[in-house]
Design a protein around this ligand. Structure first.
Ligand code: CP
Ligand code: NVA
Length: 301
């Protein structure tokens, strides 16, 4: 069981809780493939609020709730009275009287914080401009499946120091994965978070993707233009920060390539890499389902 009520950044979970959630996710995945599906959330309802589009998050949460014996309601913010000025606080209090858990994908991180403060039920961040905790649970699960361990590995993050990178630093530092992060100077990760995470593992920051990729067990990138970003920023990244076969060759031979998706092919990653033998992106996408089921089953819902 997870002690915290809400999952907003991933920092709410300690190392033991992250490992237990991943191990449960691996078990639920094996069970599902054998046709076993326990109704761990029978008659429970998840409300999903989307201020931004989603493919994986929406479908994996909704399918996950169904497989656990519960159900999910999909709400774009346009469907809610929020669009006509009802406050986040009042929305959180109302939802708490109907449903058992809320997942929200928002612009400002303060919106999920406000939901969490005012809801009496758990609130899960399904991506904000600053964090994407559910993605990192799936990523750590994928790394554990592929490498058989987490502690002692080295992960290179190439490209934008964005929301996914911030939660990646939190997750990796808790489970003992060191990191090298190569980003343009003005697009680095959250500095105070870097400082905190560096207390737990080595994190090297640079503007040098070649150096960052060296000896990596895992190379990860993400879009250079997140949903909330100005598309003009792309010119600061290309061609230097693209993950291509030449960059992959700097890493260990056994290195895997990861990307939370959606990918912009031939921008942050070439098709030769994302479709190549080192890519694990489809397992990573699948693992959103299993890891979120494990998370939902471990929260006090
Ligand atoms: N990785 C991820 O969160 O994908 P979606 O935006 O499709 O939900
Ligand atoms: N960094 C991306 C992740 C999408 C899943 C974004 O925020 O758009």
């Amino acid at each position: 069981m997870i002690k915290t009520k809400d999952i907003l950044t991933l920092d709410e979970l300690d190392k033991k809780e992250i490992i237990q959630t991943i191990d449960l996710a691996i078990k639920l995945k094996k069970d599902l493939k054998k046709g076993i599906s326990k109704p761990l959330l029978k008659n429970k309802t998840l409300a999903m609020i989307f201020q931004k589009p989603s493919t994986r998050t929406r479908i994996s949460f909704e399918t996950g709730m169904f497989q656990l014996g519960g159900h999910a309601i999909n709400l774009s913010s346009q469907d809610l009275q929020i669009s006509r000025g009802e406050t986040i606080e009042d929305t959180a209090k109302t939802l708490s009287r109907y449903v058992d858990v809320v997942m929200a994908r928002v612009y400002d991180h303060s919106t999920v914080e406000m939901l969490a403060e005012n809801a009496t039920i758990p609130v899960i961040n399904g991506l904000s401009n600053s964090y994407h905790p559910c993605q990192i649970l799936a990523d750590l699960m994928t790394i554990k499946e592929k490498k058989g361990k987490l502690d002692g590995l080295h992960l290179a993050w190439i490209g934008d120091g964005n929301n996914v990178c911030n939660s990646m630093m939190i997750g990796c530092s808790k489970v003992g994965i060191s990191m090298s992060i190569a980003t343009p100077k003005e697009f680095g990760p959250n500095q105070s978070l870097v400082k905190d995470c560096k207390k737990l593992v080595d994190i090297d920051l640079s503007q040098d993707p070649q150096k960052a990729a060296k000896n990596a067990d895992v190379i990860v990138t993400d879009t250079f233009v997140s949903i909330h970003d100005d598309p003009k920023r792309i010119k600061k990244f290309l061609p230097k920060y693209q993950v291509n076969t030449a960059l992959m060759s700097k890493a260990k031979k056994s290195c895997i390539f990861m990307h939370c998706l959606p990918a912009k092919r031939d921008q942050e990653v070439t098709s030769s890499v994302i479709d190549g033998p080192q890519s694990v992106v489809w397992d990573e996408a699948e693992n959103r389902l299993h890891s979120q089921k494990a998370l939902l089953a471990s929260l006090d819902i």
